[in-house]
Ligand binder design. Structure first.
Ligand SMILES: Cc1cc2nc3c(=O)[nH]c(=O)nc-3n(C[C@H](O)[C@H](O)[C@H](O)COP(=O)(O)OP(=O)(O)OC[C@H]3O[C@@H](n4cnc5c(N)ncnc54)[C@H](O)[C@@H]3O)c2cc1C
Length: 474
């Protein structure tokens, strides 16, 4: 059986007629321009001899002299050794300034595809530039699967591992935790095959490397047999979902929830292993929900009490979707509406307290409407993994791509930090070396290893120099 979640739509076009709107307040609010200063959706102008690069959301931009797409490790090594500075790029889905370079950006997408697989052991070798969605499909054809997936699957394996990209699941680790080995081309052009046995330090550093140690061309991964999941989506009050969140995260393989700001309502999503005939995935209506929430903000944002009342009456209660399918058809969805995002990973025991404080702070601003996402991830042991000291609850806040996000830093980040949060490396944060040293016991060890591998700082840019406390001259 599959039930659509069409009922989750707010139908806000009709909402305006549902209440009598006090003219003056509505008129003042409806004239409001929500666009952030300086918003420019275009690529930066590239002078002659340079090319324009931008991340997915457009807030990271640069004009490198070249974006190289080498086909072999020899070509890659030549490009690296011939450049003054280099930054590796995946699919450009990080919000932080990990990739921008005015020199050389290296795109590893030609190191792509499944090289070998062993269905008996689950061990595969696969190109580091393979997009997650391609990896999932090729593994499926070999009877294998990745253990978990993030919200979208367009990232490359190297890009997602390098920032500790995660999905959700109390027993499920971040994606890089299943790396058994990798092949790294260093600043000197050397090619290193790294495993826990061959080089334990580099293995601990290189699974989450921020692209600071060199360019990875290939991974050895531990996969699991291909599997199907049953998906369930339901809408309830935020209070109910928060009260049950810990129990739900233990009952279900994957559990997460979204909070719809200014509504008091949340959507829970669970996935569990499923055997039998699958129903197929129902069509994805997240975008309609999002535009409904935006309309609600645009029309009723001036009166939070009214916004909440209308949303509570418009949103459905109870189960809005049940479907079953291959894991890779359910866990990741498309995100056509662009946004900017901050996500902090909070020690599990502080997670819900932090979430309450974040919601309070977010709702002190009438202009926010994007759903917040809450997930849980199991620990692993990479030196720069935010999850390396125990399970954490990830709290993600989004702002529409053309709207302000300065309050992420001024209002939300101090709350995350006060609750012991570590930032997602690929999502907006302001931390530098001093703060990160206090958060990661192995930070200095990572920095020392990086300096040994790359003594001239070839793989630095201004963002990495800030993270590592290095002087930087572009
Ligand atoms: C719409 C959207 C949804 C997202 N959903 C999630 C989610 O559910 N969970 C989550 O945890 N994150 C999520 N993210 C964040 C995203 O997964 C990370 O930022 C990830 O790093 C992006 O991967 P990428 O391939 O785009 O890499 P990029 O952003 O291009 O690069 C990321 C890092 O990897 C390095 N790198 C890339 N290729 C190589 C290589 N071959 N060798 C060495 N280093 C390399 C880069 O230098 C950089 O430091 C999301 C982002 C967006 C925009």
């Amino acid at each position: 059986m599959s039930t659509t979640r069409r009922a989750i739509l707010l139908g806000s076009a009709g909402l305006a007629t549902a209440v009598a709107i006090p003219g003056v307040q509505y008129a003042a609010w409806s004239m409001k321009d929500f666009t952030r200063d300086g918003y420019n959706p275009g690529l930066p102008p590239a002078p002659d001899g340079e090319v324009a690069w931008s991340n997915w959301s457009g807030i990271q931009q640069s004009t490198p002299k070249q974006i190289a797409v080498p086909a072999t490790e020899d070509e890659l090594a030549t490009a690296i050794t011939g450049a003054q500075r280099v930054r590796p790029v995946g699919s450009g889905h990080s919000f932080t300034g990990l990739v921008p370079s005015e020199h050389l950006i290296v795109d590893a997408s030609r190191f792509s595809g499944l090289v070998s697989s062993d269905a008996a052991t689950g061990i595969v070798t696969i190109g580091a530039g393979t997009r997650i969605r391609q990896a999932a499909r090729e593994l499926d054809a070999a009877g294998l699967a990745l253990q978990n997936l993030p919200d979208v699957d367009v990232q490359t394996l190297a890009g997602s591992f390098s920032t500790s990209t995660h999905g959700t699941g109390r027993t499920l680790q971040p994606l890089h935790a299943h790396v058994e080995g990798f092949r790294l081309v260093t600043a000197s052009g050397d090619v290193r095959d790294v495993t826990a046995a061959s080089d334990p330090a580099l293995f601990s550093a290189g699974r989450v490397s921020l692209g600071a140690l060199g360019v990875i061309t290939q991974y050895t991964l531990k996969c699991v047999p291909a599997y199907n999941l049953k998906r369930r989506v339901w809408v309830d009050t935020l209070d109910n979902i928060m009260d049950q969140a810990m129990a739900l995260s233990e009952q279900h393989r994957n559990f997460e929830f979204y909070y719809f700001p200014f509504t008091g309502m949340a959507a829970g999503i669970s996935h569990d292993m499923f055997e039998g005939e699958v129903s197929g995935r129902v069509s994805d209506e997240d975008e309609d929900t999002l535009s409904g929430l935006k309309d609600l903000r645009d029309i009723f944002g001036w009166a939070p009490w009214l916004r909440r009342r209308i949303a509570a009456g418009s949103l459905p209660h109870g189960v809005v979707e049940e479907s079953s399918d291959a894991y890779w058809k359910l866990l990741s969805t498309a995100r056509p509406t662009k946004f900017n995002e901050m996500e902090y990973h909070i020690p599990l025991e502080n997670g819900l307290t932090c979430l309450r404080a974040i919601i309070g702070a977010l709702e002190s601003r009438k202009d926010t409407f994007f759903p917040m996402e809450v997930r849980i991830t199991a620990p692993d042991d990479a030196w720069l993994s935010p999850f390396n000291d125990g399970p954490r609850m990830s709290i993600a806040t989004h702002a529409a791509v053309d709207e302000p996000y300065d309050y992420f830093f001024s209002v939300l980040e101090p709350i995350h930090r006060a609750h012991g949060g570590r930032p997602h490396w690929g999502k907006l944060h302001s931390l530098g070396k001093d703060e990160l040293m206090g958060l990661y016991p192995d930070y200095q060890t990572f920095l020392d290893l990086r300096a040994t591998l790359d003594p001239d700082g070839k793989f630095l840019n201004s963002h990495l120099a800030h993270l590592f406390g290095e002087d930087f001259d572009a």
